[in-house]
Design a protein around this ligand. Structure first.
Ligand code: BGC
Length: 877
């Protein structure tokens, strides 16, 4: 262990002051102002309301085209339902801790956006993983604000350099899904500034996202309680004025609930449109004088600026001039894109590398990974688990994409193993509650005898508006005519196979479902657009009846109307064939395991569990997957478990299994990446960007439910690992997690030899402190280490976490070699927000910078003394 203190030589004192952050914001551009002058009140209103689900309003006479937006963090879905590159979930990218991979991902987002005609991608999501049960945990990067900010800055910067805007979301404290459009997040100012706002602030300062999305929820902080879309102190005073943000503040979809309060609260664009609160009421409010026309000017200017940045508005000066300023931005972006397109590798290659690199080795006691392969010796692999058969490629909710391709572990392993190898593929357990989709070819329209379903659109009085045979069924009826109140679906379903069949319908809203004349389900609760926001419509629980022979299915289901989403009916038709019992499935898997040289078990969550729109009640693996792992590991000690989940799940069998990998929601390259990891092509060099609890009782924030409409952030800045560290410091009885933040073994071993602290490298903002860390790879394989530096505050100052992440860097080192990496630690890492003085300050005293492999494996310590009144890194940002 080395301990060195390098005393700062010339720290510039600085008074506590809230510094307006300089961004690329320019004074309102004369050309855009001139255009603004030409607009009528009607035109201004039309511009601040979306024209459709994904596009803003065009004004052809100005040469203004629609700006097209699209989700989201796991790819660019595109507005027209085509296929896209499907990335690993964001938590997997964060698990690489690799800013170069984040930049390359940003470049791929830009290329995908161009491919789909998208100007602004609704990503990344830089909310923090406050609780592991949060439904959108997988869409966020980390429970740590610094790691979140670093990854996001790299990704957003790379995309925007290529002329594609990113819309950073959801501003702010949008960390729960329960009652998500209604709750109020209650946080003190320090918690907000030091944790939840920190990634947004970094992004605005360093890369200026072209758009920021306002969250559904409200926030109560600094004495003001308001919905985020009406929160003037947070949006106008802080984001736009204090930080100098010049981009567009757009509503989350269908989140706008008021006219004047949202106008004054800082909202610039209501999405989607054209109806909704502003679509229906803003023009009247302007005409009546409730809202002054001039109150729209800054919003329209921001919209025009965005259109210009994305190349959707061409100004007379574009292409001329010295290449600086907003007028040249679109042109430059086009040039960058041309250069980038030539240099960048195919999407598949990057996504495969990313998914493999993100895999975290939680443990590998027996050294099973990678497999020792002898090309002359075939291997017998039992590939088991529901996720081996059907990986959980992506999470549920608005981030979904239709993938360009999907790769499966069994196919890719078969291709990668020595000739003659055998891969036995069995699910062995069930993870999904709902049975699989019903095959429409089993259905006959009772009216015509054709293959398909009888669809009857009914008016509110029960009369028939229209009927036809549907030959295909996706689980939805979209674009239903607006005068339809309900839809009746009827079919004779062939169930020839002997044994018990399960047949059912999952839906939302008012419904009546009959099978063979018997009522299976009925509900009288009418739903509206709230159901879209709860995501209940994505994964409705199917009411199932058991039937045999030919079953008569007859369901009458409500038509739902939601702004921007149109009129639709949800009807998930499901069917399970007679088959082996749960016990027989388990026994088959155990037998296959016993006969194999090595067993790989893929277990995980599903979109019924990890999704936008709802939170999880617990952290259990769904279904009987725990039992599968236990029984298989008992049958063969050479068992590798791969967890296919984006957010923590409990692994009650962790100590009984020699090798456990965290495989994330890996995206389209699920198969290729896993084969690369298991056969030694790519090192699984991921490190956890969150803490893995050992049992539910220990989870610091175990639920996301508002109490009386309030989510109280009582834990303050002790988010995630910081709460666990406080407990650990509290004594031996303090609960320890199953795996700490930053943990991951990779496939080699490391020694930490030296850490030297230097400071004041102001030219390289935002780093003002640097720790030079020398690590030695003591293993026989080249490998990657993620060097992590944690900061500990001096005694006696304001209350702070026990330790927190200050900086990190990756080091690629040959076998037995050593390397010195530079770990930047921003000056902000030492600072606290002073709510009285309204500014940042560095409390004086001696700080410890502790370097290591995870928050719980710290190897080296440096000290830094700050004298009263000194501000390390002043001048650096
Ligand atoms: C989500 C956003 C998403 C938007 C558009 C909302 O429900 O909260 O993250 O970008 O829908 O799909």
């Amino acid at each position: 262990m080395s301990s060195q203190a390098i005393t700062p030589q010339a720290i510039t004192p600085r008074a506590i002051a809230a510094e307006a952050i300089t961004t690329q914001a320019t004074a309102p551009e004369p050309e855009l102002l001139r255009l603004l002058d030409e607009l009528s009140a009607e035109e201004k209103v039309s511009l601040v309301v979306g024209a459709s689900m994904w596009a803003t309003t065009a004004l052809p006479r100005l040469g203004l085209e629609p700006v097209v937006m699209s989700d989201g963090p796991v790819g660019v879905r595109g507005p027209d339902g085509g296929t896209s590159a499907m990335f690993p979930a964001p938590s997997a990218l964060a698990a690489t801790w690799d800013l170069d991979l984040a930049r390359r991902s940003g470049a791929l987002f830009a290329a995908e956006a161009k491919r789909h005609g998208v100007d602004v991608v609704l990503a990344p999501q830089v909310n923090l993983q406050r609780t592991p049960v949060g439904g959108r945990h997988f869409e966020c990067y980390s429970e740590d604000p610094h790691l979140t900010a670093e990854i996001a800055v790299a990704l957003v910067g790379a995309a925007q350099e290529r002329g594609v805007g990113m819309c950073v979301k959801h501003y702010v404290a949008n960390d729960s899904e329960t009652e998500r459009t209604r709750y109020l997040a209650r946080l003190d100012e320090r918690t907000l500034r030091e944790a939840y706002l920190a990634p947004f602030e970094r992004l605005v300062r360093d890369v200026v996202p072209w758009s920021v999305m306002g969250a559904y929820n409200g926030a109560e902080t600094g004495g003001v309680a308001a919905r985020l879309l009406e929160h003037r102190p947070l949006v106008v005073d802080l984001l736009k004025e204090e930080w100098g943000y010049d981009g567009l503040f757009v509503s989350d979809w269908v989140a706008t609930q008021s006219v004047a309060p949202a106008v004054r609260g800082g909202l610039d664009l209501q999405m989607p449109g054209p109806d909704g609160a502003w679509g229906d009421g803003l023009l009247d409010a302007v005409r009546s004088g409730e809202v002054a026309e001039s109150e729209l000017d800054d919003k329209v200017l921001r919209l025009l600026r965005l259109a210009h940045r994305t190349g959707r508005l061409t100004l007379p000066d574009d292409g001329a001039g010295d290449g600086t300023g907003v007028a040249a931005a679109g042109v430059h972006a086009a040039i960058d894109l041309a250069a980038a397109t030539i240099a960048e590798p195919p999407a598949e290659q990057l996504l495969r590398e990313l998914a493999a690199r993100s895999v975290v080795v939680l443990k590998d006691d027996a050294g099973l990974v990678p497999f020792t392969l002898d090309r002359a010796r075939p291997l017998r692999v039992a590939l088991l688990g529901p996720a081996a058969v059907e990986p959980f490629f992506q999470g549920g909710g608005s981030s979904f994409v239709h993938p360009d391709r999907l790769t499966y572990p069994a196919d890719e392993l078969r291709a990668a193993l020595p000739q003659g190898s055998e891969v036995t593929l069995l699910a062995g357990a069930r993870a999904l509650r709902n049975p699989p989709e019903l095959d429409v070819d089993r259905c006959t329209d009772p009216a015509t005898g054709e293959t398909g379903l009888r669809v009857t659109l009914l008016a509110a009085d029960g009369s028939t508006l229209e009927e036809y045979t549907a030959h295909e069924w996706t689980g939805w009826l979209h674009d239903v005519r607006p005068d339809a109140d309900a839809v009746r679906l009827r079919a004779h379903v062939r169930l020839d196979e002997p044994g018990d069949h399960e047949l059912g319908v999952g839906t939302v809203g008012v419904h009546r479902v009959h099978v063979d004349g018997a009522r299976v389900a009925a509900g009288g609760l009418r739903v509206d657009e709230d159901i879209v926001l709860s995501s209940g419509h994505n994964h409705p629980i199917a009411e199932v009846a058991t039937a045999a022979g030919t079953a008569v299915l007859d369901a009458t289901l409500q038509v739902v109307h939601a702004v921007g989403y149109g009129h639709f009916v949800r009807a998930a038709l499901v069917h399970r064939l007679p088959g082996p019992s749960v016990q027989d499935e388990l026994a088959g898997a155990v037998a296959a395991a016993a006969a194999a040289d090595v067993v790989v078990v893929l277990v995980g969550t599903t979109a019924e569990v990890e999704s936008e729109g709802y939170d999880r009640p617990d952290l259990d693996l769904p279904g009987n997957q725990d039992e599968l792992v236990r029984r298989v590991a008992a049958a063969n000690p050479r068992t590798v478990v791969v967890v296919n989940a984006g957010a923590p799940v409990l692994l009650p069998w962790l100590s009984d299994v020699p090798t456990v990998l965290w495989g994330w929601l890996p995206g389209q390259e699920a198969g290729t990446a896993l084969a690369d990891v298991l056969t030694g092509v790519t090192e699984p060099s991921g490190r956890l960007p969150w803490t893995l609890p050992a049992c539910f009782e220990d989870v610091p924030v175990p639920h996301a439910r508002p109490v009386d409409g309030v989510v109280d952030y009582a834990e303050g800045t002790d988010i995630g690992y910081r709460a666990w560290e406080r407990r650990r410091e509290g004594g031996p009885e303090g609960a320890v997690p199953a795996a700490p933040f930053g943990h991951g073994l990779g496939w080699t071993t490391w020694e930490y030899e030296d850490a030297v602290l230097a400071w004041g490298e102001a030219h390289d903002a935002p780093a003002s402190l640097t720790v030079y860390v020398t690590v030695r790879n003591t293993g026989r394989r080249a490998g990657r280490e993620v060097v992590q530096v944690y900061v500990e505050a001096p005694a006696g100052g304001p209350s702070r976490p026990v330790r927190w992440l200050g900086g990190f860097a990756v080091a690629d080192v040959p076998a037995m070699g050593s390397a010195t990496v530079r770990v930047p630690v921003p000056a902000r890492a030492l600072q606290v927000w002073d709510p009285q003085a309204k500014g940042w300050a560095t409390p004086p005293g001696t700080y410890r910078l502790r370097t290591g492999r995870s928050v719980a494996d710290l190897r080296l310590t440096n000290e830094l003394t700050v004298r009263p009144g000194e501000e390390p890194g002043a001048g650096a940002r």
